[in-house]
Structure formats: C-alpha cells, structure tokens
Design a protein around this ligand. Sequence first.
Ligand code: ADP
Ligand code: MG
Length: 144
Amino acid sequence: MITNSPKQTQKIAELLVKTITKDSNNPNIFALQGDLGAGKTTFIQGIAKALKIKEKILSPTFVIMKKFPLDKKLPFSELYHFDCYRFDQPQEVLVLGFKEIINNPKNIVFIEWPEKIKTLIPKNAIWINFEVVGKNKRSITIKK
Ligand code: ADP
Ligand code: MG
C-alpha cells in the first residue's frame, strides 16, 4: 500500500498492531526492511502509540536494542525494537539475548535491518518492506 505522510504510515501500523494484539497466538516477529529514511522507525512509532507506550521511539543509531513493557491488558508483555544497521556479523545480536527474546511468545519483536542478521530471523517472521516512492510517499508491502 501507499502512504502519503508519516502520520498515515503510523496509522497503518496502528491498524496492524490492533489485529495482532487481539490474541497471543498471532505472529509476533516482524522484520522491517528498507533503505534509510524509508519509514521503518516511523512505523514502529505508530505501533508504540497504539500500544500506549509513553517513551519516545527513536532511530537508535547507537542503541541497538530497546525493550518496552506493555500494558497488562495486552496478551503480549514486552515489545522489543532492534536496529541491526551497525552489525557486521549476525552473531553480534546473540549477546543481546536475541534467541531467548524471539522464542518467548509473550514478546512482540520489531527488527530494522533484518537482512544483517538474516540467518537468525525465524521462519515465522512477517517481513514488511518499505520503499521511498516520493518526498512524502512510501510504499509498504507486507510479505510472509
Ligand atoms: P528508517 O527507520 O526506515 O530509516 P525513519 O522512519 O527514521 O526511516 O525516517 C523516515 C523519514 O521520512 C522521516 O523523516 C519521515 O518524516 C519521512 N517521511 C516522509 N513521508 C513519509 C511517509 N509517508 N511515511 C514515513 N515516513 C515518511
Ligand atoms: Mg530506523
């Protein structure tokens, strides 16, 4: 789908997360692929807003992983945001407890630059592709 503003991108994220968090059996690992500035972090900001996370979601240039506790009413207990841009080796993410995090069905996990750790992304992950189409236009494609 096409979005014409950061707000619209966040709205799409909001709609997606509302369906996911209906029940804990829904997919919980999302690989967000796309160039710098394509809207991956903006999308996660929309997710965070919908889940009433108060902390600001930043483009974590130096922070590789951030963990956000979720409202007790939700079927997931923690949201994790990974940004793998700076990794040279997929193994670098393992010291952060990546395996345990993705194997815990109570977590909901968003990964920017998943291609950097491609061999470690589980098969059940949902891949979402972001593309710059114009100044404020982005194309978002949900793959499986
Ligand atoms: P990424 O995490 O993919 O590097 P960011 O979300 O950090 O990208 O940055 C996207 C940039 O593009 C932001 O400055 C945002 O304001 C801008 N932008 C313009 N139009 C859109 C849109 N339709 N969707 C998302 N971001 C947009
Ligand atoms: Mg980003």
